[in-house]
Design a protein around this ligand. Structure first.
Ligand code: FES
Length: 116
């Protein structure tokens, strides 16, 4: 997916299409990104668990964490840090904004997709 504006943000989806407590995955410029709605607040983070690279899409939202569907590690959607084992390392997060009701995410062109 491309179509970034001058600031590098890529429009993805209507915010209303991701209900509170849900998430949805996208690929932007080679980055697998998960957009999470936590009580109406939106966050973007890498869509691969740092433990065994499972995709986090569809993982339950618990508090400010997304739960890995495979072994249950939790990651804080606000900063990507690993909150519970078996994950030991965090995952990248990405700048996100809402413009005219649409979710937009920016991928740092300096960074490369996290290896998994
Ligand atoms: S792959 Fe996510 S906790 Fe193991």
């Amino acid at each position: 997916m491309s179509g970034a504006d001058d600031e590098g943000y890529v429009p993805l989806i209507d915010a209303a299409a991701i209900a509170p407590g849900r998430n949805k995955a996208f690929v932007i410029q080679g980055h697998e990104i998960l957009v999470c709605n936590v009580d109406g607040g939106f966050y973007a983070l890498h869509n691969r668990c740092s433990h065994a690279a499972e995709r986090l899409e569809g993982g339950r939202i618990r508090g400010h964490c997304v739960v890995c569907p495979l072994h249950g590690a939790r990651f804080d959607v606000r900063d990507g840090r690993a909150v519970t084992a078996p994950a030991r390392t965090g995952i990248p997060t990405y700048p996100l904004r809402i413009v005219d009701g649409r979710v937009e995410v920016r991928v740092d062109p300096q960074s490369s997709p996290a290896s998994t």
